[in-house]
Write a protein that binds this ligand. Structure first.
Ligand SMILES: *Cc1c(COP(=O)(O)O)cnc(C)c1O
Length: 367
């Protein structure tokens, strides 16, 4: 959806290719690649990313069914795993050739019932096991009844078995992670020994690829945030290329006399005469109010301009006293990964949240 807002999220496809190749270089060349494009491709553009990567990856994953439908409507033919299907939209999954994560017995029975009504056979499903995240998934003790159900029907076929690591980025949790991996190995071999077909296995997200490629690579990996150049550590991030930059322009420049205030609640008070610039992006666009009052900053002509006063819904004001700039000049709200990581830290969150918060009224442009 194009609009005439001046704030733009720029997406660098060459940098995406670089990052994909970087992660591929960490993997055996037989390991398949799934790219997770949930939440509008981590706030970028799921359709643009998927179109670009369709011929280069084996699978896409989304969180919810409507996200998968949007990809199909954009012409994506690649298999799409829906990580969190709900009972109410199982028929839509089939209608759009999406592949459900089946994480509970009730969901499996519902799906088989619908598949039966539609006369399907061997429809691909993916079984998720809980190995310690305690979010979604079967547990090991569910296996016997699961096998009975699966081996007494022809409507669905287990295409893959997977699990998700709770702390793949945190090496202090290595012992726990290795326990998760071992449990997954036990679970998957138990199932495979009892099923009529051999599903593929997967466990690793971005940090998992970086930290556990040796122990838990299996047949496929699920790359998300790494695609955009975030390695969940300074060292890994510095090996990746920046994909996303969020830019805007200066709407108006004001001279603020000593004693005057800027913004709502008069939160900023000028101790001396300063120059402020108003930028058309605000908390409704994902710029957290926690970044107000000098915590967050933007770049103008490569110089740092701190946010002054409170972040408004549609605007921020920044201090440009020491920057030679004019109305209409470009502002980098998010310059690169390092900038986003720093702003995330300063607002007590993680880059994932900053990226996925970028509002839909901001244009997405490929560069
Ligand atoms: C979001 C998600 C991923 C991707 O995680 P990143 O840390 O962004 O690489 C992989 N698997 C599952 C199940 C997810 O929910």
């Amino acid at each position: 959806m194009e609009n005439n807002h001046v704030s733009v999220l720029n997406i660098d496809l060459n940098a995406i290719d670089f990052n994909v190749n970087y992660f591929k270089s960490k993997l055996k060349n037989t390991t398949k690649l799934l790219v997770v494009v949930k939440a509008f491709g981590y706030g970028s553009s799921a359709a643009k990313i998927a179109k670009h990567l369709a011929s280069k990856v084996d699978y896409f994953a989304v969180a919810y069914v409507d996200e998968g439908i949007a990809l199909r409507n954009a012409g994506i033919k690649t298999p799409i795993l829906v990580l969190h299907p709900q009972k109410q939209n199982l028929a839509k999954i089939i209608e759009h050739c999406l592949e459900p994560n089946i994480y509970a017995s009730a969901l499996l029975h519902d799906f088989i019932t619908i598949a039966k009504a539609k006369n399907l056979s061997n429809y691909p499903i993916h079984l998720k096991f809980n190995t310690g995240l305690n979010r979604l998934g079967f547990s090991q003790k569910d296996i016997p009844s699961l096998i009975t159900t699966l081996n007494n029907q022809q409507q669905v076929e287990v295409c893959s078995i997977f699990s998700h690591i709770a702390a793949s980025e945190d090496l202090n949790e290595r012992t726990f992670t290795l326990q998760q991996i071992n449990l997954f190995k036990n679970i998957s071999s138990e199932i495979i020994s009892k099923l009529h077909n051999t599903p593929f296995l997967h466990m690793l997200n971005t940090s998992g690829i970086l930290n556990y490629a040796e122990e838990a690579q299996f047949d496929l990996v699920r790359l998300g945030i790494g695609l955009y150049g975030f390695g969940n550590s300074h060292k890994e991030t510095s090996n990746l290329k920046n994909v996303l930059s969020l830019s805007s322009v200066i709407s108006q420049i004001h001279t603020i006399q000593q004693g005057e205030t800027v913004g709502y609640n008069r939160a900023f008070k000028a101790k001396k005469t300063i120059k402020s610039a108003t930028i058309p992006i605000g908390h409704a666009d994902g710029i957290s109010r926690q970044l107000g009052n000098g915590i967050g900053y933007v770049y103008i002509h490569n110089k740092i301009a701190p946010i002054i006063g409170n972040v408004c819904m549609d605007m921020i004001m920044v201090d440009v006293t020491n920057i030679n700039c004019s109305e209409g000049d470009t502002v980098l709200i998010y310059k690169n990964q390092e900038h986003i990581e720093d702003l995330a830290k300063k607002s007590n969150t993680i880059p994932y949240e900053l990226l996925t918060a970028i509002s839909q009224r901001i244009n997405r442009k490929l560069t």
